[in-house]
Design a protein around this ligand. Structure first.
Ligand SMILES: Nc1ncnc2c1ncn2[C@@H]1O[C@H](COP(=O)(O)OP(=O)(O)O)[C@@H](O)[C@H]1O
Ligand SMILES: CC(C)(COP(=O)(O)O)[C@@H](O)C(=O)NCCC(=O)O
Length: 444
């Protein structure tokens, strides 16, 4: 039986009932997802209830912490009383106070004792790949309600612990394509969702072929991922935070440090094999120059080149794996992306064009590609970093997606426009971890 007690977490007189907290403790970041029941008097009844009568309406909230600062996370959980109703009690232990919370990611093993010691709670471990797939499937199946509906959202900042409720008109979609600075939401037909390739770019990268709910295979991975960008970037630029490194990349010019095809071919394209003069021939190639040291390069250029190199590499490996299994859709998740336009553009270009053009030409005579130029689609998710945590959340007694039904969702942030927000700067308005999803939980 679950404990649901009313707790005040928004500093207002409206108590919010927290029920269910789940964690994804990764190599770099800890992600939290928790459900708060609607307190009844603070909002309109949901406009679009889906499902049967005994569901509990409320919101899914998202928050994240650096894993290195796990004590802040423990404090957050404790200060906001997320454990009061945050977990479950084992049925057979209802009378005892032996509660647990669902957790996934390597940290669920690594920090198990710490949670026991500091919060007196057990972590019930859920498989990381399983959770990623469950979380992705859940987000991809969220119903599309179109424009112009009334939405609630709550804004969470970890530092200030504030929860602001506002009403907004919004487009409520999760998956989108991003190319040449243009973001387009995609409504995916549930009957045509599988198979797809899920590429989760966390500290490292996992590539999972998803064939259905609970049906998947991890087909590939690479250790050159988000941790590589942040780690190398920190060493090379001396910047102090991931956001600072991303911010640097905005202002950089990778041509200062990358060797382009034109640098090698005297300004010309190498058109015979489909390479433009502007294509990067060798990432960081110019750094081999004998008369230059690290200090001679601008941190902005280094950051941009690094981001480009890693995003491009991941895009290309993803494309090859999609090609390997004949998958048309590649869904990218993980907090490396951070809704960052340059990252998404680079990944998408690698998937849609560079790899396709190059590979098509290279393998044309020996192998028939499954699709023609540009047909593989890279897609991104608004809640990109929370797939694992959502999956862990959904493993609470709920064994199918039908138990958690979203009836209203996906508000835009205050400063974002409707539709394709091509000028949206994620560094100024962090979408990730700041949106809640209005939903309905059955068997809560
Ligand atoms: N605030 C941040 N601090 C550190 N890394 C961040 C931050 N925001 C985004 N990242 C990027 O996200 C990656 C972690 O993504 P995530 O999906 O949380 O993976 P993990 O489960 O391995 O922690 C980091 O390696 C880094 O590239
Ligand atoms: C080991 C991991 C599953 C851990 O997940 P993470 O914390 O990076 O999200 C991931 O880092 C990974 O898949 N690394 C790539 C290993 C490889 O295939 O080479």
């Amino acid at each position: 039986m679950e404990h649901n007690r009313e707790v005040e977490i928004d500093g207002s007189s409206n108590p919010i009932q927290i029920s269910r907290l789940a964690l994804d403790i990764g190599g770099s970041l800890i992600k939290l997802v928790y459900f708060s029941r609607n307190s009844g008097d603070d909002e309109d009844p949901p406009k679009y209830k889906v499902g049967v009568s005994n569901g509990v309406n409320g919101r899914l909230h998202f928050a994240k912490f650096e894993t290195a600062k796990i004590n802040d996370c423990l404090q957050f959980i404790s200060a906001n009383k997320l454990l009061l109703g945050g977990g479950f009690q084992h049925q057979e232990n209802c009378t005892n106070d032996r509660s647990f919370i669902k957790a996934t990611g390597g940290g669920a093993y690594k920090f198990s004792e710490l949670f026991k010691e500091k919060l007196g709670i057990s972590l019930e471990k859920e498989d990381e790949m399983d959770c990623l797939v469950t979380g992705a499937n859940f987000l991809l199946k969220v119903p599309f309600l179109g424009r112009g509906y009334c939405m609630w959202y709550s804004y969470v900042t970890v530092e200030m612990h504030i929860y602001i409720l506002e009403k907004k008109e919004a487009v409520n979609q999760e998956a989108f394509t991003y190319l040449n600075g243009s973001k387009e939401f995609v409504q995916i037909d549930h009957n045509d969702l599988y198979p797809y390739l899920l590429v989760n770019i966390g500290s490292g990268v996992s590539m999972i072929k998803v064939d259905g709910d609970g049906k998947f295979e991890r087909v590939s991975g690479t250790s050159v991922g988000g941790g590589t960008f942040w780690g190398l970037g920190k060493l090379l630029t001396k910047c102090q935070s991931f956001d600072e490194l991303l911010e640097l990349s905005h202002r950089g010019d990778n041509r200062a440090i990358d060797t382009l095809v034109g640098d090698i071919y005297g300004g010309m394209d190498y058109s015979k094999i489909g390479l433009l003069s502007t294509t990067i021939a060798s990432s960081f190639g110019k750094a081999t120059s004998h008369n230059k040291d690290l200090e001679d390069y601008k941190p902005e250029d280094i950051s941009r080149s690094l981001l480009r190199m890693i995003s491009n590499n991941i895009g290309q490996i993803s494309y090859l794996n999609a090609l390997r299994f004949g998958l048309k859709r590649i869904i990218f998740g993980g907090f490396f992306i951070r809704s960052h336009s340059y990252t998404m553009d680079t990944i998408a270009v690698a998937v849609h064009f560079c790899s396709c053009v190059d590979l098509h030409i290279l393998i044309m005579n020996t192998f028939q590609p499954v699709w023609s130029k540009g047909e593989a689609k890279a897609m991104f998710l608004r809640h990109e970093g929370f797939l694992g945590a959502l999956g862990a959340f959904m493993s609470y007694e709920m064994h199918s997606l039908d138990d958690l039904v979203v009836n209203q969702m996906m508000p835009l942030p205050v400063n974002a426009s409707l539709g394709a927000d091509t000028n949206y700067d994620p560094l100024k308005g962090d979408l990730n971890g700041t949106e809640s999803i209005q939903c309905c939980v059955y068997r809560a």
